[in-house]
Design a protein around this ligand. Structure first.
Ligand code: DAH
Length: 337
């Protein structure tokens, strides 16, 4: 038995010393439940009472020796592996860094933020409405009944007969007025949809920002003063505005607003097509029907509304001559902002 034990010891230690040793495999082979050392110990029942403790002691010593050898070999292998890894991953801190391209806001987002900041500064808050909208909010409540010609110019994408992709942000006016008592002062920027073919000035998806103020005694003078402030803030202090009579079903009176050309100062140039003025938005006094539709008494309250195209402002502000550039996300274009 002693010889067997000595052989096991010598064999195991030799195997452990081998650099390519699989230590776990060796542990199982010698020390495991069905291992060689264990099976020797099982045979100890046949030994005499004197021999038993001697062999037992020897077997234990061998177990300890094998365990220690495995442990030190394992530590050695780990150290070697770490060493190799450190060598392989050596960092040369003198190598110049790789430049990581840094993104920034899209021109449409920049304009939208500017609009939001301007109006928040004037005491407005931001309201949101769904892009998938009921015909009622997009048209009917805004005084655009079925078969009204105003629907033609805003032909849009219908989901069902009475659900559609909103063609304007104006339905948010109605949603806000239904839920909030005056005084109301909101803007609502967001996506709108129309089934227009793509060209330099059209896209089936674009962005608008709606504005709405309702309170006692609101007049067109308030609208004018506020739009003047907005125009100066967005296009420069020297900017003038002018109102041209227009028609929108949900405002009365209605107007289109032009700003003085910020390139030539109003004298006329190529940018403003020699007009001196550039059309910028639609607005008006909220139609009494619209107020009534929202259970706001038009005898007590009045209000104004406006709607501005965010693309339009971005194109003007940054002198971009083709709207498609805004959606192609070509970084050579976007990098310029
Ligand atoms: N919703 C109109 C459009 O898409 C823009 C507009 C005009 C909004 C006048 C208004 C407004 O709130 O008063 O053409």
């Amino acid at each position: 038995m002693k010889e067997t034990l000595a052989r096991i010891r010598a064999e195991a230690l030799a195997k452990i010393a081998d650099t390519s040793a699989d230590l776990e495999q060796i542990r199982i082979q010698y020390l495991g439940k069905k291992g060689e050392l264990t099976s020797v110990l099982r045979g100890m029942g046949n030994l005499s009472a004197e021999e038993r403790p001697v062999i037992g002691q020897l077997a234990n010593d061998i177990r300890t020796a094998i365990e220690a050898a495995i442990q030190s070999k394992s530590a050695e292998l780990k150290a070697k592996a770490l060493d190799l890894k450190l060598k392989a991953e050596k960092i040369d801190v003198t190598v110049p860094g790789e430049r990581i391209p840094l993104g920034h806001n899209h021109p449409l987002s920049i304009v939208q933020r500017e609009l939001e900041e301007t109006f928040i500064g004037l005491g407005f808050s931001i309201a949101e409405g769904p892009e998938v909208e009921y015909d009622y909010y997009n048209f009917q409540a805004l005084n655009i009944p079925e078969n009204h010609p105003a629907r033609d110019t805003q032909d849009t994408f219908y989901i069902t007969d009475n659900i559609l992709l909103r063609s304007q942000t104006s339905p948010v006016q109605v949603r806000v007025m239904e839920k909030t008592k005056p005084p109301i002062r909101i803007i609502s920027p967001g996506r709108v949809y129309r089934s227009d073919a793509v060209d330099a000035t059209h896209s089936p998806l674009f962005h608008q920002c709606e504005g709405l103020v309702v309170d006692k005694g609101i007049t067109m003078a308030d609208l004018k003063g506020m739009l003047e402030l907005f125009a100066k803030r967005m296009f420069g202090e020297q900017t003038k505005i002018r109102f041209r009579p227009h028609h929108f079903p949900f405002t009365e009176p209605s107007a289109e607003v032009d700003i003085s050309c910020f390139v030539c100062g109003g004298k006329g140039c190529r940018f403003c097509k020699n007009e001196g003025w550039i059309e910028i938005l639609g607005c008006g006094m909220v139609h009494p029907f619209v107020l009534s539709n929202c259970n706001i008494d038009p005898e007590v309250y009045s209000g104004f509304a406006f709607g501005v195209g965010i693309e339009r402002v971005a194109l003007l502000k940054y002198h971009i001559d083709d709207m498609r550039l805004l959606y192609e996300n070509d970084t050579r274009f976007l990098d310029q902002f």
